[in-house]
Structure formats: C-alpha cells, structure tokens
Design a protein around this ligand. Structure first.
Ligand code: DAH
Length: 327
C-alpha cells in the first residue's frame, strides 16, 4: 500500500513537470486531483488495512495528497507568471541586425580639428552660448554704433544678453582669467538671424584660435594656418590671406585655404584672422606694450561641406538618417 502511494506521487510529479501550458495542466489536475482522479481512487479503504498499518498508511496518503496539491498550485502560478512575462523566445534563431549608430559628421570634423591644433600646442577653451555685450562686442573693440551690433543681425535676449554671434567671445573670457602667455582654440556654436538656405543657417560652428606671447608675429599666424591646412587637408593644401578689417585685430585678414573639393583643389574662404588689437589687450588687463598675439576664426560647416561634398548646410541639422549614414 505504501509502495503504491510512493509510485503514485512520483508518477504524478514527473507528469506535472512536463505540463508546459494550461490545457495540459488542467488535464493533469483532472487525472490526479479530480473528483474521480487517481488520488481519490488511491484513498485506502481503512477497513481493509491491517490495524497496525492504519496510521502509517493514513499519514502517507495525506502527505502525498498535500504534496501533489501544492505542486499543482506552484506549477499553475509559474505558468501564469511566464505568460505575463511575455512570449518565450527561441534563442537558437539567428539574430536581427542592430542598426549601429555613428558620430555625426560635424562632431567628427570638430574632433579632427581639435586633434590637429592640439598637436601644435593649442589647448581647448570653452565659453557660454548666452553672452553679454561686453564679451561679444565691447571688449572686442566693437563700438556701440557698429553694424555688427544691429538688433537685426543678432539674437538679443533680455537685459544685455544675446546668443553669441562669434566665438571671439572666448578670447575675452580666457584672457580675463588667465595670465599670458596662452595658446588656445575654442570650438562652438554661434547664432545669427540669417534666412535659411543652402549656405546659410541661423546657427553654425566656428573654431577660434588665440596665441598671446612676447614677439608674436603675422608670420607665426600664417605658419599656424598653413600647418593646419597641410595636416588637415593634405600636403597639397595652401593658405592665402587677403587684407581685411575686423575691430579686434590690426592688421586683419581674410583666410582662404586651398582644399580638395570633389577631387579638385580649390580656394575656399574660411574666415578671418589678424594680430590682436592693443585695445583688446587693454580691455582684459594685459599690457599691450609687453604682449603681442594673433587670432583667427574659421567656419566649421564650410570645412565639412567642402571636404565631404555636402551641397546644403541644412542637411547637417535635419538628422535625416539617410544623409547621415553616408559618412
Ligand atoms: N569673429 C569673426 C567672425 O565671426 C571671425 C574672426 C576674424 C575671428 C578675425 C578672429 C579674427 O579671431 O582674428 O566673422
């Protein structure tokens, strides 16, 4: 009798372990725990059990019944949990390709430019995009009535704040808190209310350079720009500077670089440069009799667009994956 109960319990547990869905589980319940199930059927008729075995058999029967009932409840709740957790997956199936991201072509251009200037000893300085008039204009020797300060050409905010229109602001911020000599570049966004078209956007990036030391000359400026062009655009690259005017440099020049545009070497106008105006030094508390310096500011989108044959500046800001994937 005890052997039969052992066998019933073992068989029932083994069968339960193969019940992977609710239908099979329900069949199992009917077969073993149902009102005409195997457990009921196995209930010993005590009158037929010898008196000295009655208590052992009774206990064993109750124990087997409780074990199977508990095992059933547990199985039921684990199936319900699995259903809630969603479908089960076939881990042997081949996977789906994951669309790997990549760095934006502008971010990569910025990294490359920083790397080239870093090799020439420039460290990177940062400044805020919301600026005051002192850093965007006044200390840069841009007078009150200068057209560059026109409300139509700037994003003025409240009080004397505006979105910076040039990264030259970082020249002032850096000199205010650093004693000369210094050699920095700064890269970041600038803002001008231009109407958007293929070559204009109301936000773009500039790389600003500033070198202050004793005996800095225009030759050093041209050499720096030339070395940058060679390192970045290749050994056939050249630099040309043309006389120009900026309030914060004297003399001032426009910078053109000869770079490969769609396989052809071409002159591309990239920005401005010059020798730091003594008034700028005075504004930040540097002695213009002791210190000399050069500065330059180049447009980054221009560089990237020409280098990679991008015809429309807006594409750089539309985040169209079909465009971005090409680089
Ligand atoms: N800030 C000028 C601009 O946005 C570019 C520039 C010209 C920067 C001459 C300079 C510089 O540092 O020396 O048009």
């Amino acid at each position: 009798m005890l052997d039969q109960l052992d066998k019933l319990e073992n068989d029932a547990l083994a069968a339960l372990a193969t019940a992977h869905d609710n239908d099979v589980l329900e069949q199992w319940r009917i077969k073993y725990l149902g009102s005409k199930g195997a457990v009921k059927t196995a209930a010993p008729n005590m009158r037929e059990v010898p008196a000295e075995q009655r208590s052992a058999v009774g206990q064993r029967f109750n124990e087997a019944k409780r074990t199977l009932e508990a095992a059933y409840e547990q199985r039921k709740s684990s199936l319900a949990g699995a259903a809630k957790a969603g479908p089960s997956y076939d881990v042997t199936e081949p996977g789906l390709p994951i669309g790997a991201g990549r760095r934006h072509i502008l971010s990569r251009t910025i990294d490359e430019i920083i790397e080239v200037f870093a090799r020439m000893g420039f460290t990177v300085a940062y400044g805020p995009e919301v600026e005051d008039e002192r850093h965007n204009f006044v200390a840069l020797n841009i007078p009150d009535d200068h057209p560059a300060r026109d409300p139509i050409d700037n994003f003025y905010l409240e009080d004397d704040l505006l979105l910076r229109s040039q990264t030259s602001t970082v020249q002032i911020r850096t000199m205010e808190k650093t004693e000369p000599p210094l050699k920095i570049i700064s890269i970041g966004r600038v803002y001008r209310p231009d109407t958007h078209d293929a070559t204009h956007y109301s936000m773009f990036n500039q790389v600003e350079g500033l070198y202050v030391d004793r005996n800095v000359t225009m030759v050093g400026l041209k050499t720096t720009l030339f070395q940058f062009a060679q390192a970045y655009f290749g050994p056939e690259a050249e630099v040309r500077i043309r006389p120009s005017f900026f309030p914060f440099t004297e003399p001032s020049a426009e910078v053109d670089m000869k770079m490969k545009v769609k396989g052809q070497w071409q002159w591309v106008e990239l920005g401005g440069c010059g020798m730091v105006d003594p008034n700028v030094f005075t504004a930040v508390g540097y002695d213009p009799e002791q210190w000399t310096g050069f500065a330059f500011g180049l447009g980054i989108e221009r560089i990237a667009m020409r280098k990679y044959g991008i015809a429309d500046i807006r594409w750089l800001y539309e985040n169209d994956a079909r465009f971005l994937r090409q680089f």
